[in-house]
Design a protein around this ligand. Structure first.
Ligand SMILES: [Zn+2]
Length: 262
């Protein structure tokens, strides 16, 4: 470097990672501020894998519900997301140069908002289980409630799309830090099956967030029922479902652990 060195600040939450071997470093500029994203390697935590398996149902109204009865994330996220969506649509209609500029900023804002939510949610998920446990997610592309899909128009459907890959990637590296494994299961029928008797029917699921089984009468919060089915699916598959690792966008910290799942 030839220029005089500018003042450098380290964020508080990064201090913990100082001194570990550096993998990569990316210098990026945003709104006139330069950020250095450093990826370091941490030693794998010495945690003995446990038998605990926790299924997680990801949704939009309630961001995450775990099979061990935890309701995670904030319901208000959906409203913020909705406001951003309608603002974006208005700007798109306007189409002027200033509207396009505003739109561009809004897209960045939305991406940062979602990333912040995903960080909060994935941390809560990782902390909702004991160290060494297995966290089971559905293999989804987008987070949205499948059962409602048919009734929705094209535009309202777009409000309800949220990248699953980012949440999953964050959960994976936060879980690794606690010696947990993340597994994926086929998402089919997880919301239509009865977690009590196993009966599968489209009309099993009723509105207002309650699941009611047509055969045995079992009744439960619909997302909690789905989370239990997700955990059960993992057990039924012999507990060897592949994780199908998806790339994470610029993690600030990466954790390296042995790749073996067992
Ligand atoms: Zn049933």
């Amino acid at each position: 470097m030839t220029a005089a060195a500018p003042p450098i600040f380290t964020l508080d939450y990064c201090a913990h990672y100082a001194g570990y071997p550096v993998d990569t470093a990316d210098l990026i500029s945003r709104d006139g501020v330069w950020w250095l994203h450093v990826v370091v390697t941490l030693p794998a935590p010495e945690v003995v894998p446990s038998d605990e398996v926790v299924g997680v149902d990801l949704g939009l109204v309630q961001p995450a519900v775990t099979s061990n009865n935890q309701f995670l994330g904030k319901r208000a996220w959906k409203d913020v997301e909705g406001r951003l969506f309608y603002l974006k649509r208005q700007l798109q209609r306007k189409g002027t140069r200033s509207a396009k500029r505003h739109l561009c900023k809004l897209r960045g804002k939305q991406a940062r908002f979602r990333r912040d939510c995903d960080h909060v949610l994935s941390k809560q998920i990782a902390q909702a289980v004991e160290p060494g446990a297995t966290i089971v997610l559905e293999n989804l592309k987008e987070i949205r409630k499948r059962s409602k899909l048919r009734k929705q128009s094209k535009t309202s459907r777009r409000v309800h799309s949220w990248s699953f890959a980012q949440v999953k990637g964050f959960v994976e590296y936060k879980a690794e830090g606690r010696g947990c494994t993340v597994a994926g299961v086929d998402p089919r029928y997880t919301s239509q099956s009865c977690s009590c008797c196993g009966h599968v029917a489209r009309n099993n699921r009723r509105s207002r967030g309650r699941f009611v089984c047509r055969v045995c009468g079992f009744e439960l919060h619909a997302d909690l029922n789905a989370a239990r089915n997700i955990a059960a699916k993992y057990h039924a598959s012999g507990g060897r479902a592949p994780t199908g690792g998806l790339p994470v966008n610029q993690p600030i910290v990466s954790v390296s652990t042995p790749l073996a799942l067992e």
